[in-house]
Write a protein that binds this ligand. Structure first.
Ligand code: MN
Length: 204
């Protein structure tokens, strides 16, 4: 089984002006594609590992042979992280907040949606170097905010990622240069809360 670059459900220019078309094009067709290609290349000599899904690989990293460990952790993580990322964003809609049980649980945990955004944004802003901010379900089924370095995914720590924000410079530098905070603020406009709520329901 070869891992494949997923198609996007929207066009590269449809997240404008929040994320520009050039960034989207390079991010998906070059960066994400490279993670997929590098993952497949790393597994070429390991037919047994080719049978495993990316989730299976990332939840049992410690069982991998040393020779493929970092290639799978970095590129498998890169593939999985971006697949989640594309699925929780989309063209700007008028619905800019979660609904249903996710809204209720966020309210219980963070008092208000604005406090949640502030806490999540802080995790994204303070991630040193390259990495991600995540809203996850922890081992007890409670919501939590974490950040990961490089292309690590919370799934490797036994957490379930609901929403992820890429804060690698390749995700924003063309338009926002060093202003990561502005990219984070803009990004909220393209979060697809319907998709995030569905993801929450499927993982809880
Ligand atoms: Mn990225």
């Amino acid at each position: 089984m070869k891992h494949e670059l997923p198609n996007l459900a929207y066009s590269y220019d449809s997240l404008e002006p929040y994320i520009d078309a050039t960034t989207m094009n390079i991010h998906h067709s070059k960066h994400h594609a490279a993670y997929v290609n590098n993952l497949n290349a790393a597994l070429e000599a390991h037919p047994d590992l080719q049978e495993r899904s990316v989730e299976e690989l990332l939840t049992s990293l410690d069982k991998l042979p040393d020779i493929v460990y970092w290639a799978v952790r970095n590129n498998g993580g890169g593939h999985y992280n971006h697949s989640i990322f594309w699925s929780v964003i989309g063209p700007h809609k008028n619905v800019s907040e979660p609904t249903g049980e996710l809204a209720q649980k966020l309210g219980e945990k963070y008092n208000s949606f604005d406090y949640f955004k502030e806490a999540f944004g802080k995790a994204a802003l303070t991630r040193f170097g390259s990495g991600w901010a995540w809203l996850v379900l922890d081992k007890n089924g409670s919501l939590d905010i974490v950040s990961t370095a490089n292309q690590d995914n919370p799934i490797s720590d036994g957490l379930k990622p609901i929403l992820g924000l890429d804060v690698w410079e390749h995700a924003y530098y063309l338009k926002y240069t060093n202003r990561r905070a502005d990219y984070i603020s803009a990004w909220w406009n393209i979060v697809d809360w319907e998709a995030v709520s569905k993801r929450y329901e499927s993982l809880k």
